[in-house]
Write a protein that binds this ligand. Sequence first.
Ligand code: DAT
Ligand code: MG
Length: 146
Amino acid sequence: MPTFPKSSPETTLMLVKPDGVRRGLVGEVISRLERKGLELAAMRLLTLDPARAHQLYEVHSDQPFFADLVDFITSGPLVALAVRAEGAISVVRTLMGSTDPLEAAPGTIRGDFGFRVTENLVHGSDGPESAERELELFFPDLGSSS
Ligand code: DAT
Ligand code: MG
């Protein structure tokens, strides 16, 4: 019998950004995660203060759009989700679609619902290190992210 590597679930951070909450798309996003078969490990509704927004987006602090990004992400409540599954980081990124909703494929969250690059509805960690760092910002009690 061939042996296969044991699968190990990983956990990623996903956000329904303030535009998604304002537009009533929280249920739609969660429904897509559930239908895909991903596990929701934790969930919170909260409004970010600028300090935490700077931490979330620290890799973008030199970008010309940084101030707009911080203004936007702090503009109202968002929903933070800890999503667990084998390959969760890349599965969530695939469900989200490309950063610019105008380029995102139909069938993806951004492709189906987004129109502007800043207001692109959702966030998903882009790798294991950012997942661990970002999960700690929102779910410090969750423990190890992977
Ligand atoms: P992603 O959210 O797909 O990981 P990113 O990490 O490159 O994309 O950028 C973070 C957010 O910054 C993105 O969701 C929206 C905003 N953003 C990215 N590129 C932008 C641009 N050229 N103009 C305005 N906002 C931008
Ligand atoms: Mg990113």
